[in-house]
Design a binder for this molecule. Sequence first.
Ligand code: FEO
Length: 170
Amino acid sequence: MINKNVEKAINGQIVVEGYSSNLYLAMASWCEGNAFAGAAKFLYFHAEEERLHMLKFVHYLNDRGGHAVIPALDAPPKDYKDIFVLFEEIMKHEEYVTNCINSLVEVSMNEKDFNTANFLQWYVMEQVEEESLFRTILDKMKLLGQEKTGFYLIDKELDGMAVTTAAPKV
Ligand code: FEO
């Protein structure tokens, strides 16, 4: 039976991953409505990836004899100033998720739940990849400039990146 503190912490992370999925879905919808088809495609894929992050926790917790609770989620923001600000928000959010995963590792180590600590290593590495991906996108946006032509070019770039870097890995 999984330790109760670890169970509570994993249920907390299910909320975070579920919110991430909805946040990127809301951002994808904004992009789609503002003629950024490439960014929308990229973010729709990424929303699916976050849903899989959530599901992986759900299955793990239930497999360990805990109870994965499917939560109600806060509504994400629906409007964004521009696409650069939107991706800055993603970067901040992913840094927050990294901190959450690290705290979860800490709880599992404190409780001597080494199975969970081991399971979490996948998420630790995933966060390295996610932060690197969004940092790269922001760097490209800075190079291309934050006005109409730059936004148009980054949208094309994101269209190409959608399948290779944002699609769920199955
Ligand atoms: Fe599930 Fe983007 O972290």
